[in-house]
Design a protein around this ligand. Sequence first.
Ligand SMILES: [Mg+2]
Length: 186
Amino acid sequence: MTRIYYDTEFLDTGREIELISIGLVSDDGPEYYAVASDAPWDEIAHHRWLCDNVVPYLPLAGEVRKLPFGSGSTFTIDLGHAAVKPRWVIANEVRQFILDIPHPELCAWYAAYDHVALAQLWGPMIKLPKGIPMFTCDLKQDHVRLGEPQLPRQTTTSHHALADAQWNRQVGRYLQELDRKGKTRG
Ligand SMILES: [Mg+2]
């Protein structure tokens, strides 16, 4: 199996997960990052947490400006940026990225919502393309199983999907190493 570590940023309405950005990094090197040009930007602009924690790290044309009364921000996504593309293009590119890797295994940190955000690129569950894993391994589960050891600190921008995916790879490798050492000792 070859691990693909990934992360998504999304708008969670409580009923729907709307993809904002996705980063994937394979255990053997290749990386992918994209931002959905057709994400619901008006709703995102009124979501304070996303405006504070996610939007500033997206490709923007100009500044993020706070709206009065703490009700969100105004910003413009840089549609000319190479990473900004429509969902259907991201769907095709993510599928190709995953299918190019032999025996892919998907891994994420607190993975449940990420798996939905990824799988919905292709619509409902039954439309998941052949060859795309039907589940994502949760690194948090390994972390708990191994006694919640201190993890490597993330030194890059948190809540940037590619930077988070790279940190996931660091964590995944660290936990695998601990697991191996534990088994050798045992
Ligand atoms: Mg993230």
